[in-house]
Design a binder for this molecule. Structure first.
Ligand SMILES: *[C@@H]1O[C@H](CO)[C@@H](O)[C@H](O)[C@H]1NC(C)=O
Ligand SMILES: *[C@@H]1O[C@H](CO)[C@@H](O)[C@H](O)[C@H]1NC(C)=O
Ligand SMILES: *[C@@H]1O[C@H](CO)[C@@H](O)[C@H](O)[C@H]1NC(C)=O
Ligand SMILES: *[C@@H]1O[C@H](CO)[C@@H](O)[C@H](O)[C@H]1NC(C)=O
Length: 393
């Protein structure tokens, strides 16, 4: 990115030189674009920048492009774009000045193959001065739980007026207009946050939020935020972890990925092993085999997950799973569970056999139920017997 800016700055210098030479050589001035406008369609920061062709250019046999520069307040630097279009959409922080500059770039045969830049047309918009600075909410923190729903909460401003009534509005590019928060989160009768169901969310684009409102004495100063919600995912805690002791003091850990709408391939895990000291290992697998541990000491493991860097720039760690320690876990571990089930089956079978024999021997021919049970066992045998034996036939 840095080298790109340097290159663009140097081209700019070269162009400026060319332009001076050009005026000297041809006596023609390149005019900046006309009617530069910055239009706010009400999308909480997404502004439309529009301009028209300078009139003197319409006759010239030249290629015309525009160089648009705007001050990117999120990154605190100018962003430069070159386009042949007459409009551009860009994201701005409406709490700060909006600064836009557009130059005309002339190239082709009319300038002897070089490129010439006009002076810039410029627009600066000041944010509306509404409400005192202290009435603005302090911060907004949002978490996209399990990639299923999002919750945003805010902190009140430094000098919050009495009885504030907050509103939250949001917008993303698939919405025709802003909408108010679908479900407010309240604390002591004051709105402190908003819960967004999954169908109101859109990832990999600007998700714009404005928190404004009013109070008895004054309007509240609006606060603007723009989010990339794929970077706010927090997976659910891992529920199922199984632990198996292996020979030589090794432990084998296996778990199921977190529940929720996050693709399994996007998750990475951190395994914490706690004995005398604490070890943490990050892995993309859903299994982990520890290094040899001292078998005489208690050891516990827990696992948490997050979205890894190939699926999002950043992510929140999930909560830790419940600790798995050999003494506790081994009792509920699978092989033991299987044995218990098998034992249960065996005992039931033996009880059935006992009841059956009791029926057959003690109440023979008296109880219908015994007859039926007897039938169940004898009929197949009889039928089998009634078939002619192959060797006899
Ligand atoms: C414009 O430039 C092209 C070459 O790029 C040339 O063929 C054409 O004749 C020029 N037209 C005029 C009106 O000068
Ligand atoms: C245009 O370019 C040609 C070849 O590069 C050069 O000879 C000529 O002097 C240039 N004309 C002007 C006005 O700069
Ligand atoms: C808050 O912002 C929304 C969206 O821009 C706007 O429609 C509404 O009038 C504002 N409310 C107040 C009290 O400023
Ligand atoms: C876990 O991490 C520790 C320290 O970073 C490292 O020494 C150890 O080899 C890792 N264990 C495994 C099984 O990868």
């Amino acid at each position: 990115m840095k080298s790109e800016i340097v290159i663009q700055l140097s081209t700019l210098l070269v162009l400026q030189l060319n332009w001076n030479q050009f005026i000297a050589a041809y006596g023609i001035t390149v005019l900046p674009p006309a009617d530069l406008l910055v239009i706010d369609p009400g999308f909480l920061g997404q502004l439309l920048i529009r301009w028209t062709l300078p009139s003197s250019l319409e006759m010239v046999n030249c290629s015309v492009r525009f160089q648009l520069q705007y001050f990117n307040t999120y990154e605190d630097r100018w962003t430069t774009i070159r386009t042949t279009d007459l409009s551009y959409n860009a994201q701005f922080d409406l709490e700060k000045d909006v600064r836009v500059r557009v130059h005309t770039l002339l190239g082709g045969p009319c300038v002897n193959g070089s490129e010439v830049q006009s002076p810039g047309a410029e627009v600066v918009l000041k944010p509306p001065d509404k409400g005192s600075t202290g009435s603005k909410i302090k911060s907004l923190s949002c978490v996209f739980y399990w990639r299923e729903f999002m919750e945003c909460t805010w902190e009140k401003g430094e000098d919050e007026p009495e009885h504030p009534h907050y509103h939250l509005f949001y917008w993303h590019r698939e919405m025709e207009m802003t909408m108010e928060c679908p479900r407010y989160i309240e604390s002591n009768g004051v709105r402190t946050g908003c819960s967004f169901p999954g169908d109101s969310l859109l990832e990999f684009t600007e998700f714009n939020i404005c928190v404004n409102g009013s109070s008895a004495d004054e309007p509240l100063r609006p606060a603007y935020f723009t989010l990339q919600i794929q970077n706010l995912v927090k997976p659910a805690a891992i529920e199922t972890v199984s632990l198996e002791a292996q020979p030589n003091g090794l432990f084998h850990l296996e778990w199921l990925p977190s529940e929720g709408r996050i693709f399994d391939v996007c998750l990475e895990y951190e395994v914490e092993s706690r004995q005398t000291d604490m070890l943490r290992n990050i892995t993309r697998e859903t299994t982990f085999t520890s290094l040899s541990m001292d078998p005489s000491r208690t050891i516990c493991f827990r696992v948490r997950s997050r979205v890894h860097q190939f699926c999002a720039d950043i992510s929140f760690w999930s909560e830790w799973s419940h600790p798995s320690c050999p003494s506790e876990t081994m009792e509920i571990y699978m092989p033991i569970a299987t044995e218990t089930i098998m034992l249960g089956v065996l005992v039931s079978f033996m009880i059935m056999l006992l009841v059956l024999s009791l029926c057959l021997w003690s109440f023979r021919g008296r109880l219908k139920i015994c007859e039926r049970i007897k039938g169940m066992f004898y009929v197949p045998y009889k039928t089998k017997r009634s078939f002619p034996h192959p060797s006899l036939g």
